[in-house]
Design a protein around this ligand. Structure first.
Ligand SMILES: [Zn+2]
Ligand SMILES: [Zn+2]
Ligand SMILES: [Zn+2]
Length: 156
């Protein structure tokens, strides 16, 4: 796990200001908790950690602020196959992002970068095509593969 650098975390703080609103305690708690890259937490888990540092407010506050952060693009939300959404910190727009391999048995999540091989070129082409066919401005995509991880397939 790598912590985001100060420069990156202040990018998140500044974007919050720019796009919508003040850096309140719960919003800061969420950004700080998620700021280890490679963390994929459910709202419950974020709530638990936020209560430890006692600045997150109640679970509904966490939910509300999470949704807001997702809307303005500072946090990514995705399904992990167990009906519990996971949240992770969004990368700066100039960085390449990643896709997921999600184990349905133990819910572990592997990040891999889409800059590997020609996946990125392929997706960029698809985005261009889809944009023109549907006259749709694509801002983002998320790709999650579901299956069984190495450990789980060994422990059958
Ligand atoms: Zn597994
Ligand atoms: Zn991820
Ligand atoms: Zn991608």
């Amino acid at each position: 796990m790598t912590d985001l650098s100060d420069r990156e975390i202040s990018w998140h703080y500044n974007s919050l200001n720019k796009y919508c609103c003040r850096l309140t305690k719960p919003r800061r708690a969420i950004l700080d908790i998620l700021s280890d890259t490679g963390r994929h937490l459910s709202a419950d888990q974020i709530y638990k950690e936020a209560s430890k540092i006692s600045s997150g407010g109640g679970l509904s506050t966490i939910y509300r602020n999470l949704e807001l952060l997702v809307r303005i693009g500072l946090v990514w939300k995705f399904e992990a196959g167990d009906n519990k959404a996971r949240y992770e910190i969004a990368k700066r727009p100039d960085e390449s992002h990643h896709h997921h391999l999600i184990c349905k048995k133990c819910n572990s999540i592997i990040d891999y970068s889409d800059s590997i091989g020609n996946e990125k070129d392929f997706i960029r082409e698809r985005e261009k095509k889809l944009s023109s066919i549907y006259n749709f401005k694509i801002e983002n995509h998320s790709i999650d593969f579901f299956g069984v991880c190495h450990t789980c397939s060994k422990n059958k």
